[in-house]
Each structure stands twice: as C-alpha cells, then as structure tokens.
Design a protein around this ligand. Structure first.
Ligand code: MG
Length: 228
C-alpha cells in the first residue's frame, strides 16, 4: 500500500510494519489499572489491520462486545535498519499522522489474564486506522504537536507529545535492537487517557494540531459500521 501525504513531498513510501507502543502516557496506564512501565511495551499489527485515508470505515468486529478506540500520534519512519541511533526526531521521522489503535478490550483483558498474545484483540482487519501523513519538514517541531479525538462531536482525548513517557529518540533505539526498521514502517506512539467503547453509527474525528487546537495540521474522519 502506497502511503499518502496531504502536502507535497518528493518522498515515497510503501506501508511496512506497524509497530505500537503500549502505556506511553502515565494517566492512561493508570486508567487501565497498570503500573507505569520501565521499558517500552511493544507489539505489532499485521498488514491486514491497516486502513489508510482521511475518511475511513471501521467495521465493528464479531466476537467482541467492547470495541475501544485509542487515539494516537503515528510516526512514519525513515528506516535505518538495526541499532538505529537517533539523536533528534529528524533522524527517524518522515511524517506524522493520527490514528486509531482499535482494541477488542474484552478479548484483550482475557488475553492478559491468561498470559496470551494480543494478536486477536489488536490485529483484526481494520484495527490500525491511519490518516494521511504530513511530511516532517512541513510540520512544527515534535515537542509542539498535540492531537484531539471526538466521538459524535464530544471531545474524548486530547494530548501533547510532551506527556509521553518514551520519546521517539528513546523508542527507536529500543525497537531496533531486535527489529530492522525499514522505510515505510509506522509507529503508533501510545494513547493518552480517555479511551472508551465504540458503537455502530459512531462518528470519530481526529485532528493533529499545535498547542492551539485551532491551529489544525491534519483531519481524520471515521465512521463505525456493521462488520461486512
Ligand atoms: Mg494503543
């Protein structure tokens, strides 16, 4: 899948591995009753999970009664292979998107309790929703980025990158100890507090913005429908 930018750039990327970080905001770890992690919690989503665009459809999956949204800042990675040494965001980030790490929370809770993997609860078709990207060069500095998420016009999540526990310069060296990072790989950077359930017919809007929420850099829309 070719990745799309909403502003001109000469760079081109095919979608690669979708890396995700869990519990990267203190208040979200607390709302799910978890300790704040010492090392990043890493998982990946398979290629079938990716849905990429500005107006996306979310199919409500069978087997769950508790589909949760997790709004997240998504990084498009420049690559770098193994043992990436990142000294600044420019070394590793080709672009920014907003996205949804959709989670079947009832199945994930059960998997945690039994010590089983999260592949089913976080890897189903459409579980990785990613907006268009803004090129790194067209975006404000990483530290100034914020995003907001509304469900049916109600503000549910708003966060700033400076609330993250692990910054990209910390995450990429950690990930690339064991995973070769390729151009087009993406990184979901974790969700802030405010996650919650979705229902068929819900409408989600996400915006990437600066500290001023009116200074909008990117828009993303999604609509929840029955599983086809
Ligand atoms: Mg998440």
């Amino acid at each position: 899948m070719r990745l799309l930018f909403d502003r001109y750039t000469e760079e081109e990327y095919e979608a690669g591995t979708v890396f995700c970080v869990g519990r990267n905001y203190v208040e979200h770890a607390e709302e799910l009753g978890h300790e704040v992690p010492v090392d990043p919690i890493l998982f990946v989503k398979p290629a079938n999970a990716l849905r990429h665009g500005s107006y996306n459809l979310i199919e409500y999956p069978p087997l769950t009664k508790e589909l949760h949204f997790e709004g997240e800042l998504v990084l498009l990675l420049r690559g770098g292979g193994r043992n990436v040494r990142a000294y600044s965001p420019a070394d590793i980030i080709a672009g920014y998107a907003v996205g949804l790490d959709l989670t079947m929370r009832d199945l994930q809770t059960e998997a945690k309790r039994k010590g089983l993997p999260w592949t089913v609860s976080k890897g189903f078709d459409g579980a990785a929703q990613v907006s268009h990207f803004i090129p790194f060069e067209a975006a404000p500095p990483f530290e100034e980025l914020c995003f907001s998420l509304w469900v049916n016009d109600e503000l549910r999540q708003r966060a700033s990158t400076n609330q993250m526990i692990f910054s990209p310069e910390m995450l990429l060296p950690y990930i690339s100890q064991l995973f070769s990072v390729r151009p087009g790989d993406m990184l979901f950077t974790g969700t802030p507090r405010g996650v919650g359930p979705l229902h068929v017919e819900d409408k989600i809007v996400m915006q990437l913005h600066t500290a001023n929420p009116d200074d909008v850099l990117l828009d993303f829309h999604a609509h929840v429908a029955e599983w086809a």
